[in-house]
Design a protein around this ligand. Structure first.
Ligand code: LRY
Length: 239
């Protein structure tokens, strides 16, 4: 089962389909359509948030799902599947893989307990450790996660100024650990995806650049605005 899933994901593109309240694509059934489009385009797995979207995607499509539940708990910065409760809900909803914040930051429940609860209740489920640094990877590797994902580089206090995407982190993790590394977070260019693969990524996850059209639009718009601004400048300089 695990070998089969790893085979499916190897050197593949994972598409993250997430929309939150206030975002234009938030609403019942929209992420299923987005996931369908991603699968038609060749996505090997879908990463998604919340019981409803996990269930609907598993029901509608024949694709491995990496599930998370984003939940903010007062007093803590970790929010991606922060406790056993959310991890078990993700798996109960039908996800094949549960992803969770595995940084060394203070958390409401010890990571070891969360891993034990996942493994005793869902022995076939795989665990994806979302991390930000090599130190996080060292810390969580003691619990033998099935994947290390660079998801949180750039989103913690210590990593705020890291390059985006953090391909160097992919390289170090792939060299140091014998755990498959998922390159995730801030990939916007096909060339960056290739760099991550060359650096040793097992697979690459893309979210916003595919599934958040308001950000895709803003990015194109920025190029045009910059061009107009620079053109204006050069016209002034010529006068
Ligand atoms: C930091 C955090 O909360 N990341 C989340 C994790 O599930 C998602 O909001 C991201 O969209 C996902 O990681 C993919 O990244 P990008 O959208 O940059 O391709």
């Amino acid at each position: 089962m695990k070998t089969e899933l790893l085979e499916k994901l190897k050197s593949g593109l994972i598409v993250s389909c997430q929309a939150f309240e206030g975002e234009p694509l938030y609403g019942d059934g929209i992420m299923v359509r987005m996931a369908n489009a991603a699968v038609i385009g060749g996505a090997k797995a879908i990463r998604t948030n919340g019981v409803k979207d996990i269930k609907q995607i598993k029901e509608a499509l024949d694709v491995p799902v990496i599930g998370i539940i984003k939940k903010h708990i007062e007093g803590y910065s970790v929010y991606i599947t922060p406790t056993s409760k959310e991890a078990l809900e993700v798996l109960e909803a039908g996800a094949d893989i549960v992803a969770l914040d595995c940084t060394k930051r203070p958390r409401p429940e010890p990571l070891k307990d969360i891993f034990e609860n996942i493994r005793s209740n869902y022995p076939n489920a795989l665990i994806m450790a979302d991390i930000a640094t090599v130190e996080d990877a060292e810390f969580v590797s003691q619990l033998s996660p099935d994947f290390l994902a660079t998801t949180l580089s750039g989103y913690t206090k210590e990593t705020r100024n890291r390059p985006k995407p953090d391909i160097e982190l992919v390289k170090i993790l792939a060299e140091r650990f014998s755990i498959p590394v998922i390159a995730e977070g801030n990939y916007w260019e096909p060339s960056q995806v290739l760099e991550a693969m060359k650096a040793g990524a097992f697979a690459v996850t893309i979210g916003s650049a595919i599934t958040r059209p308001h950000l895709v639009t803003a990015r194109f718009n920025k190029f045009i605005q910059n061009w107009t601004k620079n053109k204006g400048l050069s016209e002034v300089q010529r006068k």
